[in-house]
Ligand binder design. Structure first.
Ligand SMILES: O=C(O)CCC(=O)C(=O)O
Ligand SMILES: [Fe+2]
Length: 198
């Protein structure tokens, strides 16, 4: 594991480690451009109250094998890793000491796009597994809220930064990426995960 000043954002019931910047600006910007252009971005679809929605935010799903991943009544098959995703996976693993087998990518075009409150606690993820999040492009706020006490905390995720959610975090806390009128630039987020083949 790389030695670095790590900050745990949670006071109890889980661990969210912010490693800060792990890629300098030049490197982060280079990856950002490649990710914007080379990833097979698709608009996310959801069925809410029986109505079909297509989000402006775009997503992509990459992984080791043909992992089927279903949510919102849709099944997705993981695409094979790209060279850059494998490099970023190796970098992330070096810091967290965890091996990941898949990655969910999000593209937020600007501050009008965000992600609502949720936890990543699907059965296929395994209980208390580590989720590592790499950020590129526009700085955005990442917020966490305790399910019971409602205690809240947040952090600005910088270009080239790494955050890891682990331990009992997903059972006790929900997280979101709030919309922001101030943000006019795009952001790409990579969440590395360890899926259990179902
Ligand atoms: O964009 C982010 O930083 C959060 C993404 C997220 O929570 C998710 O993909 O589950
Ligand atoms: Fe999440």
């Amino acid at each position: 594991m790389e030695s670095k000043q790590i900050i745990n954002l949670l006071p109890y019931d889980g661990q969210v480690d912010y490693y800060g910047i792990v890629l300098d600006e030049l490197e982060a910007n280079r990856y950002f451009d490649i990710l914007l252009n080379n990833i097979d971005w698709k608009n996310d679809e959801a069925i809410i109250f029986g109505k079909h929605f297509i989000t402006k935010r775009m997503v992509a799903w990459y992984g080791d094998q043909s992992f089927d991943y279903s949510y919102s009544n849709k099944t997705r098959r993981a695409l094979p890793w790209t060279k850059e995703l494998l490099e970023l996976k190796a970098l992330t693993e070096k810091y967290t000491g965890v091996i990941y087998n898949s990655c969910l990518l999000n593209l937020y075009h600007d501050g009008d796009e965000g992600m609502g409150w949720h936890s990543d606690d699907e059965r296929a993820l395994g209980k208390d597994s580590s989720i590592a999040s790499l950020s590129f492009g526009a700085e955005r706020k990442f917020a966490l809220k305790h399910r019971v006490t409602k205690e809240a905390t947040s952090i600005m995720l910088q270009n080239g930064s790494l955050l890891e959610m682990k331990g009992t975090t997903q059972s006790h806390w929900i997280h979101s990426l709030p919309k922001s009128k101030k943000v006019k630039e795009p952001r790409v987020n990579l969440t590395f995960r360890t899926m259990i083949p179902q």
